[in-house]
Write a protein that binds this ligand. Structure first.
Ligand code: ATP
Length: 224
């Protein structure tokens, strides 16, 4: 379970998240809200990329403040722009990078790399220059790079924003198929409609917390 206890966050004297208390237990949780309302800040708190100015973020009782390394093994993070996530020039090297850092042996790295490439039908792209992949393929590679680390939770920060409709659907389907718990920040309301729970952020607070049918309708009302 992901738990936030009286979490606030400020950049300098600008408070962007205000006293958030949440327990996240559902498998698919969507986060929506207007630009600048604190969604990315919230997402970054969940795997300790960012520590809260006040309060605590707990992942299965691990506190991001003291147990950041263990938290990051449990919680993967997929950025909006895969170019920020893909660090190696060749697809298989990029997939291997995180696993090498974990100290996994060569056979395991090979096995997980094969499975990741097969999962998204990218076996032929093993030796491909990563920067020459299409936008959708890059996002699938970024997701694969997280999956090979076998996290229990994955946070996605606007994973479909830069993609065309076809690739948006491909990534949405990839996320829907995951075994892991997914927390997804998105402006794509259609994508979130079959999630288990949706949080609507407004000015750093959770304004609505409900099933998508209710939360998304309320969000549309708030935006109009
Ligand atoms: N590193 C930072 N330093 C200072 N201010 C920041 C920083 N990151 C974000 N902010 C500010 O905090 C506020 C919340 O930003 P955040 O990125 O969390 O919002 P968001 O809801 O994800 O927005 P968007 O939908 O546009 O991506 C914004 O006003 C932003 O300018």
């Amino acid at each position: 379970m992901i738990e936030l206890k009286e979490v606030s966050h400020a950049y300098g004297d600008r408070k962007v998240l205000k006293n958030i208390n949440l327990q996240l237990t559902e498998k698919r949780i969507g986060i929506v809200g207007s630009n600048g309302c604190g969604k990315s800040t919230f997402a970054r708190l969940l795997n300790g990329l960012l520590l809260p100015s006040q309060g605590d973020v707990l992942i299965d009782d691990l506190n991001t403040r003291q147990q950041g390394k263990a938290v990051r093994r449990k919680v993967g993070f997929v950025f909006q722009n895969p170019d920020n996530q893909i660090v190696f020039p060749v697809v298989e090297e990029d997939l291997a990078f995180g696993m090498k850092n974990l100290g996994l042996d060569k056979a395991t790295i090979r096995e997980r790399t094969d499975a990741a490439l097969a999962r998204y039908d990218m076996q032929d792209l093993r030796q491909h220059p990563a920067h020459l992949l299409s936008g959708g393929q890059k996002q699938l590679l970024a997701i694969s790079g997280v999956l090979v680390m076998e996290p229990e939770y994955i946070v996605f920060d606007e994973p479909t924003t830069l993609l065309d409709l076809r690739n948006k659907r491909r990534i949405a389907a990839a996320i829907a198929e995951l075994d892991q718990t997914a927390i997804v920040v998105s402006h794509d309301l259609e994508f979130l409609q079959d999630f288990d729970r949706v949080l609507v952020f407004e000015r750093g607070e959770v304004a609505v917390d409900d099933v998508p049918a209710v939360a998304l309708k309320e969000y549309v009302r708030m935006m109009s």
